[in-house]
Design a protein around this ligand. Structure first.
Ligand code: F6R
Ligand code: ZN
Length: 199
């Protein structure tokens, strides 16, 4: 039997009002209501939610078999906005197969990727168009849009067998929050962060 060989896939990144893939299999839409407990100002969160369940971010990706050797390419669009003083952000996750890396390439907008290891080591990188961030294995990651007006668009690619562990971040949070101070983004300690010994 000849080995099965899939055809290559070519995708254009279309410059519509927001960037969009010319072809994709999944379009994931995350709203304010999907982010319960993630923003530090719970009162601001509740008040916003009662007004409107806004879309915070969207992801377009290509479906591939979830096996080692395969990659999943995708596009992440985080819209501009804040909950209280905290910028819109993705949920953030560890990869379930923790020894898998990921690559992010910023196409449009400005923001940050915050990253943290299971041992509580924290780092953040600024994103602007053409910034490439390589996230090595074991670093959880969240992207944050720090522009007051523009969506943050990033291209990402990661191993298709990585899987997503959202629960750890929901419980412990990231060590630092990205908030607006004096009209710009600043990292501040997360008062609700759980250090590794309290997991
Ligand atoms: C995949 C990955 C990105 C994110 C996307 C949305 O491993 O890191 O595709 O999935 O930026 O963020 P989450 O998944 O944290 O809601
Ligand atoms: Zn990831």
């Amino acid at each position: 039997m000849p080995e099965r060989v899939d055809p290559p896939i070519a995708i254009d990144i279309l410059q519509a009002e927001a960037l969009v893939f010319s072809r994709y299999d999944n379009h994931i839409v995350r709203r304010l209501s999907d982010m319960k407990g993630q923003f530090h100002d719970q009162e601001a969160y509740q008040a916003m939610l009662e007004e409107e369940d806004r879309i915070l971010y969207e992801v377009y990706d290509v479906k591939r078999p979830e096996q080692a050797g395969e990659l999943i390419p995708g596009l992440s669009i985080v819209h501009p906005g804040k909950v209280g003083d905290e910028y819109y952000m993705t949920k953030g996750h560890f990869h379930t197969v923790i020894d898998t890396a990921e690559l992010y390439y910023c196409l449009r907008g400005e923001g940050m990727i915050v990253m943290e290891t299971p041992a509580g080591e924290f780092t953040a990188e600024r994103l602007k168009p053409h910034t490439l961030v390589y996230i090595p294995p074991r670093w959880s990651h969240r992207s944050v849009n720090t522009s007051p007006t523009e969506s943050l668009a990033t291209f990402f690619v990661y191993p298709a067998n990585a899987g997503h562990d959202y629960g750890s971040i929901e419980r412990r949070g990231f060590r630092k929050l990205v908030v607006e101070r004096d009209g710009g983004p600043q990292l501040v300690d997360n008062p609700r962060w759980l250090p590794p010994e309290k997991w």
